[in-house]
Structures are given as structure tokens and as C-alpha cells.
Design a protein around this ligand. Structure first.
Ligand SMILES: Cc1cc2nc3c(=O)[nH]c(=O)nc-3n(C[C@H](O)[C@H](O)[C@H](O)COP(=O)(O)OP(=O)(O)OC[C@H]3O[C@@H](n4cnc5c(N)ncnc54)[C@H](O)[C@@H]3O)c2cc1C
Length: 489
């Protein structure tokens, strides 16, 4: 039998990120994956600034960006060919570009290499989890090499299932995976290019009712196209080289591109009924599946990993197990809202009824000409703010008063000064000192607008940079005592 503190079943991108976050907190991790290596074909094509900030927390934002392209705009092209700018992600408050095209296998390799470099996690490729046995104070997972051989028992204090949409762990625990599957199917085509496409330089959604289409750059030198199939159309026929060339012809010539793969996908909107069964937790696609229209599948899984990592470490070091209940309480509503965003946008793009398409284009045109589109296109994806969860007081009333429960903004890479544990941003050296005397990392905020607009002298941040409490000098002592009681921090 082998033992560890946290076992990660599934070493895809969510498992990889979780392994990095946990090992950086000193947690003993074993991660297994039935595959022999990173999945070589891209699925996720974009990530957001929250994910880059999480990468920053494990020292990988520069590496992730080195192989990425920031997107400044997203366009929608109406059925009649009129181009509207529907998204201009504002350079947000998180210190990173809000929308970035990536190449998922490269991003995964960066994480896998970082895990190996740290040398803190025991990673076993080609190893399948075959049985999970839960006990009151541990979890036993029985694993076997995919090449055959004998079974090994891995005993952990907690097991996190990061084993994807078909999650073996979720199924073996008989946790229902409710939701729906889109009736529409999409052909996803990835190509290697000599140079980025000049015609469609940033993500474009084509509302052609005869064939809704998406065109988006991935990391440098790569491009993706997606075409919606109509009911009755044969998926296999669409994956044929001749058909692919015909579809791609308006965008690119054969000489300019080498097609990497063409696969017809069906998209799902699903959430596991429960994301925790005792000491087993679900994260990423094993907990929820989101259609790709808003680029939020992996991004949501990355947020799960960050939300879970510090809570698991705290519980392993003596904090009450109830802390883990806040994981689903916080993450489920946020995942649901990202799924709703993807479904709404998917509905707009997938319109194939000409009358509905005409109404859609009319509404979008009116929003554009009256200036409303300009107002909303920078605010399509709100900053994560948890309405309930593990906070000192009830999160502030949403959405206008974002204080407790909100993700703290990042100016001047303050996260690097704050570190990966509890920390305080203060409005004066005296307040920062008072917190430091209580053993909490504390800095004077380089910009005081957040503290001023929230009428406080300090903000106490959780390790994931969500605001746990705010207050004035007089509140420091009581808050620090409370924190000690709650998490032993
Ligand atoms: C076409 C498409 C486009 C997408 N676009 C985007 C996008 O733009 N942005 C975005 O954020 N997301 C996007 N996504 C979603 C994103 O790719 C997924 O959300 C993400 O890959 C999920 O990561 P994961 O680690 O949870 O699961 P996975 O990547 O599925 O990894 C699960 C791992 O578990 C392993 N495993 C399974 N069973 C076992 C077992 N019994 N024992 C051991 N190992 C096991 C598997 O081998 C696999 O490596 C897209 C998805 C698709 C299909």
C-alpha cells in the first residue's frame, strides 16, 4: 500500500493545476492518469484572466502567455454579413489580459513539466483507477497499470476526481450527472498556419443561418474553425478531407494550412448532483460540463482547483472538515452562471431558422446603433463574486457592492507580495504592521481606490484572493482571533 495526503485521479489540465497548487502548499500528492501522456489534440482554445492569475500563483503565467495570443475583440457577423463587435473584454482588474487564445496540449505540457521540476508529486501515467473505497478517515483507490499487472492500493486522506466528463469516480459513487445534451453537433477543425489569418484576425461568430460558423485563432500559428451540422447530416462525411477543404475554402487555401484534426463534437450542459461524497471531491469536467461557446470549461475547472487546494490543505492541517462544504456552495452557482452564459450565446450563434435569425440580427443591430452593445460588450463576463460561502460576514449585496465575497483586484502584481496563504491589503503602514504582528502577511495597497470605495482600512484575503473580511483598525484583533479559530491560520 502507498500513502499520500491527496490523491488526484485524472491528470488532465485540472488535475495538473491542482497538483501544482497543492504541492506548493506542502501537501503530499499522488496523481494518476490512465493515459500515457498529455492528450495531444487541443480542446480548450481560450482561457481568461482569472486562469492566468491562478497560473501566476504557481509561477506559470509568463510560460502560459509565451505560447498564447491575447484577443482584444470578438465579432458577430449577421446572416447578411454585417460585422458587429460583441465583446471587447476590458483590460480587467486582475492584472492579465481578459481573453487569451491558447494551445491546450502546450499549456498542459507546461504544467506537467512544472510538476516534474518541483519533484514534490508522485505522478503515475498509464495507471487506471479501478475501484474507490471510502472510509471515515481515508479513501482507498485501487489502481492498475494499463499494461496489466497487479493492483496497487493507494490510501489518501482525500481523493479528488479530475477524471473528466465520463468520470469513473463519479459513476462508481453513483452520483447523477444531470443536465442536457445540445441537439446540434459541431465539426471542429484545427489547422497549422504559416501566418495568422488576415481576414478573421480575432474570434468571429458567423450567424449564417444556413451554416453557423466559428473562426478563432488559437496560439500562434494555429487556427480553429467550427461548423454546425444540421439534423440528419452525416458526421463522418463532414470529417472527410474533401469536405473539410470545401468548408475551409472561403477562409484559407490548401497551400496555407495543414489540417491537424477534424472531429464532430456534441456539447453538454451538465452538473453532478453532488460534488463531494465524504472524502471524495469532484473537480473540473467530472463535476460539470459546459459548452465551449464562452470558453469556460477548463476555466471553470481551474477555479475549482484553486478553490479546493487551500481548503484541503487547511483541513489536512487541522481546520474543521466543514470548510470543504463551502467548495460546492461557492463554485456551483458560479459554474451555473458560466454555463448559462455559454447556453445563451450558443443559442444566438446556433440559430438556423431564417425568421428567428432575422429577429436576432435586428435586435443586435438596434443594440449596436443605440450604443447599448458598446455598453455591455465590456461587461459580458462579470468578475467572480460568491454570494455565499466561507466568509467572515455575509458577502456584500450583489452585484454592485463588491467587497466581502469578491475576487480582490490585482494591481502591480501584488499577488507575488501576498503569497499563497492568508494575507491582508492595508491602506497604511500602521495597519499592515498590526496584521503582521498577528502573523498574517500584509502589504500596503499600491492603489487605494478599492479600499476607499469599500469604506475600509484593510481587506483580509483568502489564499485564493477572495475577500474574506474588511474592516477598520479596531476590527483587526477580533478578526484575527476569529480566523485563528476557523482555520488555524
Ligand atoms: C471542442 C472543445 C472546445 C473547448 N473549448 C474550451 C475553451 O475554449 N475554453 C475552456 O476553458 N474550455 C474549453 N473546453 C473544455 C475543456 O477542454 C475541458 O473543460 C477540460 O479539458 C477539462 O479538463 P479536466 O482536467 O477536468 O478533464 P480532462 O481533460 O477530460 O482530463 C481527464 C483525465 O482523466 C483521465 N482519466 C479518466 N478516467 C480515469 C481513470 N479511471 N483512472 C485514471 N485516469 C483517468 C483521462 O485520461 C484524462 O487525462 C473545450 C472542450 C471541447 C471538447
Amino acid at each position: 500500500m502507498i500513502e499520500c495526503e491527496v490523491m488526484i485521479c485524472g491528470f488532465g489540465p485540472v488535475g495538473q493545476l491542482l497538483a501544482l497548487l497543492l504541492t506548493d502548499l506542502g501537501v503530499k500528492v499522488i496523481a494518476v492518469d490512465e493515459a500515457d501522456d498529455v492528450y495531444s489534440l487541443p480542446r480548450a482554445a481560450v482561457i481568461d484572466d482569472e486562469v492566468l492569475r491562478i497560473f501566476q500563483s504557481v509561477g506559470l503565467d509568463a510560460a502560459a502567455l509565451a505560447n498564447a495570443q491575447a484577443q482584444k475583440s470578438v465579432s458577430f457577423v449577421t446572416n447578411r454579413g454585417k460585422k458587429l463587435e460583441v465583446l471587447r473584454p476590458a483590460q480587467g482588474d486582475l492584472g492579465h489580459p481578459p481573453l487569451v487564445s491558447i494551445h491546450q496540449p502546450s499549456m498542459e505540457r507546461t504544467m506537467v513539466a512544472a510538476v516534474a521540476e518541483r519533484g514534490q508529486a508522485d505522478v503515475r501515467w498509464g495507471t487506471r483507477v479501478e475501484t474507490v473505497d471510502r472510509a471515515a478517515d481515508h479513501v482507498d483507490a485501487y489502481v492498475r497499470s494499463t499494461a496489466g499487472g497487479k493492483t496497487t492500493r493507494i490510501r489518501s486522506r482525500y481523493l479528488v476526481a479530475c477524471d473528466g466528463g465520463r468520470s469513473f469516480v463519479r459513476r462508481s459513487l453513483q452520483i447523477p450527472f444531470g443536465g442536457s445534451t445540445f441537439a446540434q453537433r459541431w465539426l471542429v477543425l484545427d489547422g497549422l498556419l504559416d501566418k495568422p489569418l488576415a481576414k478573421v484576425p480575432h474570434p468571429h461568430f458567423f450567424g449564417d443561418v444556413n451554416r453557423p460558423t466559428v473562426s478563432l485563432p488559437m496560439s500562434s500559428g494555429r487556427h480553429r474553425w467550427e461548423w454546425m451540422l444540421h439534423p440528419g447530416e452525416d458526421a463522418a462525411e463532414f470529417e472527410q478531407p474533401a469536405r473539410i477543404r470545401e468548408l475551409a475554402a472561403p477562409y484559407i487555401t490548401d497551400e496555407e494550412v495543414e489540417f491537424e484534426r477534424a472531429v464532430v463534437y456534441t456539447f453538454h450542459v451538465r452538473r453532478a448532483e453532488s460534488w463531494r461524497a465524504g472524502r471524495v471531491l469532484l473537480a473540473g469536467d467530472s463535476a460539470h460540463l459546459t459548452p465551449p461557446f464562452a470558453g469556460q470549461g477548463f476555466s471553470s475547472g481551474a477555479r475549482d482547483a484553486q478553490n479546493l487546494a487551500w481548503k484541503l490543505e487547511a483541513v489536512l492541517r487541522g481546520a474543521p472538515q466543514q470548510l470543504l462544504e463551502s467548495y460546492e456552495v461557492e463554485r456551483r452557482p458560479h459554474v451555473t452562471s458560466m454555463q448559462n452564459l455559454a447556453v445563451r450565446w450558443g443559442g444566438i450563434v446556433q440559430t438556423s431558422n431564417p425568421t428567428v435569425g432575422k429577429i436576432r440580427d435586428g435586435v443586435l443591430g438596434a443594440l449596436n446603433s443605440t450604443g447599448v452593445l458598446a455598453l455591455i460588450r465590456e461587461q459580458v463576463k462579470p468578475l467572480p463574486t460568491y454570494g455565499q460561502g466561507f466568509f467572515a460576514t455575509r458577502p456584500a449585496k450583489l452585484p454592485f457592492n463588491r467587497s466581502v465575497g469578491a475576487l480582490f483586484p490585482q494591481a502591480e502584481r501584488i499577488d507575488e507580495m501576498l503569497g499563497n496563504r492568508w494575507s491582508v491589503v492595508a491602506d497604511s503602514p500602521a495597519i499592515a504592521r498590526a496584521w503582521r504582528e498577528r502573523g498574517v502577511t500584509s502589504i500596503v495597497s499600491p492603489v487605494d481606490s478599492w479600499l476607499r470605495s469599500n469604506d475600509c482600512e484593510w481587506a483580509l484575503l483568502r489564499p485564493d484572493k477572495f475577500v474574506f473580511a474588511t474592516g477598520a483598525a479596531d476590527d483587526i484583533s477580533a478578526t484575527a482571533t476569529n480566523l485563528e479559530k476557523l482555520v488555524g491560520a
